[in-house]
Ligand binder design. Structure first.
Ligand code: SF4
Length: 283
């Protein structure tokens, strides 16, 4: 059995930077707080929490001590609340997310109706909404674009959650265009890493018998990677780590296994999966 790794594996630039900044801050402070998970990977979060990183839901839960902003970024309202409390900030917002935030704020200032293509519940998108509010909507796909209310004569602009698939973004933009807005501005705020990861993984998925995608089930980019691969390879599985491998997946028809991973999956977790397959230690 041959195992082929996708060309892009391990942490993306933004996650690597966030974890490094957290580790450095934990050397200087016994306790730091993060608003939500620093990244969407349970194993990495558990490891950092053993070193003193405590995830909280609201600023109200922090009495003192530095607060870490995750790579997904936060709303301007929350930044104002942090400043009001005088808390020290460790800002690990990914530069690609910062760019999307700047675009959202500028479009609001220029009077555009802003449409964000993404998952409304994701922290990155919730923050983008606050930058673009009040004239902002979040849609997932072309179907939702068709249901979107666009006022006559309105100026519409579209941007994307950084981890969206380029194909879905394009399809959704075309759906908005069919509504014939007077003006439509499109900003491709998809991150280069997420885009390349999806392209490389889907190239692989089309040419293997079993495709494994490794990453947190709560990670938007991992789920997107899985969706993209599953369209090309029905025999695709999303696993968080090697303990989820099952022998039944590796029958005689499976000669080539493809392995891809989300942007917040450590390279070590990928290696453990590959080692376990090679050792035939699959349970
Ligand atoms: S996936 Fe892209 S936008 Fe998200 S943290 Fe990584 S580099 Fe930044």
């Amino acid at each position: 059995m041959k195992v082929i790794l996708a060309k892009r594996i391990g942490f993306c630039f933004g996650v690597k930077r966030a974890v490094r900044m957290a580790e450095e801050a934990l050397k200087r402070n016994k306790r730091i707080y993060s608003l939500g998970s620093i990244i969407h990977n349970r194993q990495v979060v558990e490891c950092l929490s053993r070193k003193g990183l405590k995830a909280v839901k609201t600023i109200g839960q922090i009495k003192d001590g530095p607060v870490l902003i995750s790579s997904h970024g936060i709303s301007p309202k929350v930044i104002a609340a942090i400043n009001k409390k005088g808390l020290q900030v460790i800002d690990t917002t990914c530069p690609f997310v910062l760019k999307a935030q700047k675009v959202a704020r500028r479009l609001k200032e220029e009077g555009y109706q802003v449409v964000i293509v993404g998952d409304a519940d994701h922290p990155e998108v919730r923050a983008l909404v606050d930058y673009a509010a009040p004239n902002v909507s979040v849609i997932k796909n072309r179907k939702e674009a068709c249901a979107l209310k666009i006022k006559e004569d309105s100026k519409v602009s579209v941007l994307s959650q950084t981890t969206q698939s380029a194909a879905n973004f394009l399809d959704t933009v075309n759906g908005i265009l069919e509504k014939k807005p007077k003006e439509l501005r499109v900003f491709n705020t998809i991150c280069h890493d997420a885009d390349q990861r999806q392209t490389m993984a889907s190239d692989l998925a089309a040419n293997v018998d079993l495709m494994l995608i490794i990453g947190g089930r709560n990670s938007a980019n991992t789920r997107r990677l899985f969706d993209v691969c599953r369209k090309l390879q029905k025999n695709s599985r999303l696993i968080e780590n090697d303990s989820e491998l099952r022998e039944a997946w590796f029958n005689n028809k499976v000669r080539v296994v493809g392995v891809a991973s989300g942007a917040s999956t450590p390279g070590q977790a990928v290696q453990s999966v590959v080692n376990k397959i090679h050792r035939k230690g699959v349970v």
